[in-house]
Each structure stands twice: as C-alpha cells, then as structure tokens.
Design a protein around this ligand. Structure first.
Ligand code: GLN
Length: 213
C-alpha cells in the first residue's frame, strides 16, 4: 500500500485522511520534518493559507517538503494548499513553498458567493475507475450519479490560477478561470474533493504517486 502524508497544521486534513484510508492507503498526519522520509506522496489541505504557511515554516517543514519534492515526491495542494504551492500570490508576501509556476489569486470568486458547488468537467478523470470506493447501489442511487461524468467541485473562499507557465497543464476551468492544474509531480486544485463522496480526484493523485514510486 502507498503511504500518503496529509499536512496536519490546520484545516481540512481529517477529511483527506478518511478518503485516503477508504482507498487503502496508509495515512500519516504530518507535523514533523522526519515524518516525510516514509511518504510516497503528500497532500497540502485546504484551510487558511497564511496560517498553514507560517506553521509550516515554524515547524521546519517547508525546507523538508522542498527537499522531498525535488526528489520527485508528488505533492497535491487543495484550496489553501494550491496557494502554498504557487510561486506567485497576487497582492501577498505570505510564506509559501513556491514550487509551481503559477500565480494564485486568493478568495477569487467574490464575497457574495463564499462557497458553492458546481459540476466540473475534468477530462483527465476519464480513465479513472467510475464508482470509486462507493458501493454500486449507493453511487447509482444518487441523482448526480456520483463517480461518473462531471466532478462535484466544492469551492470555499477558493483561489484560482491567474497565470501559468509553459510547464503547467490546466486540467479544468470554471467560468474561464483555471481551477485545476498539474506541473510534473505537482497537482493543485482550487476546490475541496475531500468534502464530497467522489474519490476520483484522490485516485488521480494516487495514480501520479504510483507512477513515481
Ligand atoms: N481563502 C483561503 C486562503 O486564502 C483558502 C480557503 C480554503 O482553503 N478553503 O487561505
């Protein structure tokens, strides 16, 4: 089984942990640099990116994560995690890993719509097993036919990607704004796949990890 870390400074790390466990992974809540040695991949969860970035630096995790990322370990940032992966954050000097050649814009979908859910087309998920870890009854009983077709993307005070360098593949857009992107071993999602029952995004990341391992 793959061993996946979830950065557990602050934010929605337990939900990622549960989904990874349901997919058969060993999961480590990461709070110390030495925990990174045993990982095949790492998730940076949603939450408050300024707080997570500061704690990550205080715990010495930023340098350790950069070292593992340089060795090729896959990293996936969701929401605040996307912001932490970005090289550039519009109008912010906050601490970050700065690994991806993207410009993140925080709280980018306006104040009136703090949070919303949409059906997002993600062509990259087409090869991913349709029903995920759900029983067929549960999945097929749902109106939205969870696990097939568009992905139920939950946005909570979400960022978007305003600019991306030539090595970055944009994998999904909402209202023309890039909300899912990959650059080699790095994956960034503006939304929260761990808050839905659809595990295809987690399977997609685990495929990246398995290819690297
Ligand atoms: N708005 C938050 C930030 O900028 C991110 C929100 C989230 O992770 N749900 O840190």
């Amino acid at each position: 089984a793959l061993t996946i870390g979830v950065l557990a400074m602050q934010g929605a790390f337990r939900e990622h942990e549960q989904m990874l466990q349901s997919l058969g992974c060993n999961v480590v809540q990461v709070r110390k640099p030495e925990q990174l040695d045993e990982l095949d991949g790492l998730i940076l969860p949603g939450g408050e990116s300024t707080t997570i970035g500061k704690l990550m630096a205080d715990f010495g995790l930023d340098a350790a994560i950069l070292e593992r990322a340089a060795q090729g370990m896959p990293l996936w940032g969701t929401c605040a995690g996307l912001i932490l992966l970005a090289q550039r954050i519009e109008r912010s000097e906050q601490k970050r890993l700065g690994l991806m050649d993207i410009t993140a814009v925080r709280n980018a979908f306006g104040r009136q719509v703090d949070s919303f859910e949409i059906a997002l087309d993600i062509a990259a998920l087409n090869g991913i097993d349709a029903l995920g870890a759900l029983g067929a009854d549960e999945a097929l009983g749902d109106d939205k036919a969870l696990g097939v077709g568009a992905f139920p993307a939950v946005f909570i005070r979400a960022p978007y990607i305003a600019e991306a360098g030539p090595d970055v593949q944009i994998l999904a857009r909402h209202e023309g704004k890039a909300v899912l992107a990959r650059q080699g071993n790095l994956l960034a999602a503006a939304f929260h796949p761990e808050l839905t029952k659809d595990d295809r995004m987690h399977r997609f990341f685990l495929k990246m990890v398995a290819e690297q391992a």
